[in-house]
Design a protein around this ligand. Sequence first.
Ligand code: NAD
Length: 296
Amino acid sequence: MLVLDGKVASASVKAILLQKTQALKAAGKRTPHLAAILVGNNGASETYVASKVKNCEETGFGSSLIRFDDNVAELDLLAKIHELNNDKTVDGILVQLPLPKHINDEKIIEAIHPDKDVDGFHPMNIGRMVQGLDTFIPATPFGVLLMLEYYKIETKGKHVVVIGRSNIVGRPMSILLSGNRPKGDATVTLCHRYTPKEELIKLTQLADILVVAVGIPEFVNAAMIKPGAVIIDVGITRVEDATAKKGFRIKGDINYEQAITKASAVTPVPGGVGLMTIAGLLMNTMKAYEGKFYHN
Ligand code: NAD
């Protein structure tokens, strides 16, 4: 059983990026710069953004963290995005989701210039992705592709089952893996909350590669796994635990202890896809800087 280690795979991506930033610095040039916007003080969002900023530093990127109160007016947020869109020293912009209820996520995402949309959420970039054109691939599915690439896991001709159809994970993941592209060419079945459970179990039992992005801790158990399957666990849920130092533990969507008894490869949580998401984000930021695309 192979542990698909996000620490190892993301380190290899970051090493390539660090080489590039070192070369840029040696040539007296500026390095890629990521601007992250954080609204409010949601604990998980704070952790994600802090980790993104730290990873920028480790790879020689510049970064700025722009914070707003929970009650920020949508117009003020939009004004900041327009300012960053026009700032030539900023290559990538990300707005950490979720946003407070009074703010329209779609409006905010669409305000980011598509050339700086390093999370890959802008409808223009999603449209380009669907058509197989060069674009920013949404950071989490991109991270999964980088993981599959690093561990040389074949997708061509395989049956992939993706559980979850969100715009940021499940849906783009299913489109990419079924596409005519590197780490594509799979037959993909996309399941969601209205897939009857008995049918879902039958489908997952046929999956050579199972990608789970549901947000329900340990949703997938051993009975749902085909012997020898590759299991990609995207889920991250904070589960209260008084015995844990922080008062909670991070749980994935897979029952890891059960999965390792049947699968040929599994991503751990934490230490799997989360780290690859950051690698995908950094790759996109470098791509924004270079004005060209990774998979060319
Ligand atoms: P979401 O809530 O937007 O989507 C969840 C999906 O699960 C929905 O499409 C829904 O139809 C499906 N679903 C819900 N119940 C189901 C059921 N009983 N059977 C089948 N499908 C069901 O969530 P999301 O934003 O896609 O995130 C999913 C998980 O991935 C969360 O735990 C989130 O924290 C995590 N996540 C991790 C990363 C990372 O970097 N590792 C990035 C983004 C999200």
